[in-house]
Every structure is written in structure tokens, then in C-alpha cells.
Design a protein. Sequence first.
Length: 324
Amino acid sequence: MAFKVIAVFVLFLAVLTISCNAQSLKVGFYEKTCPNVEAIVKETTNTIFSRAPTLAAPILRMHFHDCFVRGCDGSVLLNATGNGQAEKNAIPNQSLRGFGSIDRVKSAVEKKCPGVVSCADILALAARDAVSFLNGPSWKVPLGRRDGRVSNFSEVLSNLPPPFFNITQLIASFAAKGLNSKDLVVLSGGHTIGTSHCTSFSNRLYNFTGRGDSDPSLDSEYVPRLMNKCRPGDQTTLVEMDPGSFKTFDEDYYTLVAKRQGLFTSDSALLDDNVTRDYVRRHAISSQRSKFFEDFAVSMVKMGNIEVLTGNNGEIRRQCAFVN
């Protein structure tokens, strides 16, 4: 009983810390110091995505990976130093793409407003613009984050929820960051864009329980289609997370999950909780795109507030891959 009380108190403090930090962020934070920052980021990202549209989804994923480890402080952007490996060296981050794109956006911002806008804010804006570019929602991004000076690869696995988590683990992982079950199912909708390596889900196809079987929670007719794309041991092939519309931000993801065709164990797990299952089913059987878009915007702002550094904490990096 005492342990439960302590656990609840710790979680309360974590949520309180997130809320207090978030109060320091505000829309229009750079109104006087860099008034055109959002236009610069949007113009630069649109140029990048126009030439390489498959980079939009990785930028959204990068923001998620950043926020869940040390908060939204741009630590995922840092290169390793002689003191140890950085977050980007951890296995879940080795498949991240788009670091050069963020560097390019940062350079464009630095030309107009040197030493003013953090890499963490640039990543938050770029993620919003990536979703918008793929016909998804747009939202007002509260700004004022400062960049962290620490990036440790050993902290990634203990903070970033992997694709094989069950629903209990997912809910706990999100709760630890101040996000609830609705945020979990809404942000999972980001899987409507992008691709994944076979290694992230091939365990569901081959020898799932040690008997040469497949994951029973995965649609039996979908399994052979995935097997045709991902042979045992395949580490290079990319598979669309939302087949047929992986370059368009829409609610088709929920239709796939409802049909037991979610690519990851974490996708299928959304059917194992009342809150997440109801959300999936509602958006699978009727067109509620505007509601999903509204929900996604709200949850993205909440996620973007996780453990942010503000005020005199952290720094404004001159280059996103290096501390000053």
C-alpha cells in the first residue's frame, strides 16, 4: 500500500513539473526577437518535403523520440562526444532520418536570427509542418524551449516505448510523461504516415511463441502479405505502416487497427483497453477526420510540453548536433 502511495505521489510530481514548465512556453514567444521564425521553418521544410516527401514522417517521429527522453530539449539531435554515446546511437534511434533536414532549417533560421531560436523549438515546428504538408492538421505551437546539453544513449530504452509493448506498458509509459490513454491512441494515429523496417514487427510473423506460429492478434490474411515483404532475418526492407496512403495524414490507420492489421504489437494493443478501443472503433466506422485532427493537435501540444527547459536552463545551440 505504501509503495502505491509513493508511486502515485511520484507520478503527481512528474505531471506537476510538466505543467509548470509548460506555463513558460507560449505562442508567439519569438514575436520580438525572431518574428518570422515560423515562416522560415515552414518555407524551408516545405522545400525539403517537396523534393523528399518521405522525410516528413521521420521528422514527426524524431520529435516524439526527443520528447520521451529528457523531454523536448533537442537532445536527440546531439552527436556523440568523447564522453560517451548519444541518444541517436541507441538502437531505437539508429533508424531515425532527417537530422540533416533539421540542420538545414536551423541554418536558415540562424541567418535571420542568430543565437535566438532553439533546436528544440525548430524540431517542434518542423514536426507540425511535416504533418500539415501531408494534408494533416496544423496547430499553434507554444515556443520558448531551450536546448539540453546532455544526450545519453543509455536513457533511451528506459523511456521510449518500443513497438512490442502491450497496452498496460504503453499506458504506464505515457502516464509517466503526463499523457493519458486518449493521448496514447491519438498520437498512435501518427502511424498513418511513414514506413517501418521489418525488424520492428517480424517477431509477429515468425515463431511468435516458439512454435513457428504468428501473432494471433494479427489478421491471418494480412500475415502472408507481410511475409512476402519481410523474409526471416530481413533488416533492410521498409513496409508502409498505412498501406496505400502512407504519404497522406488521415484516419485510415484506425480502420486498419480495427481490422487487426496494425503493423506493431503496440498498434494491436489499442484494442485491449476500453478507452483506446472505443476511439479506434469510432474512427474506423465513420468519417470523423476533423475530430481526429483536432485531437491530434491537442495531444501534440501536450507532448511538446514534456519536461521542457525554459528560462535560464539549457542553452540556444548554434548547431543542433553540438553543444555550444
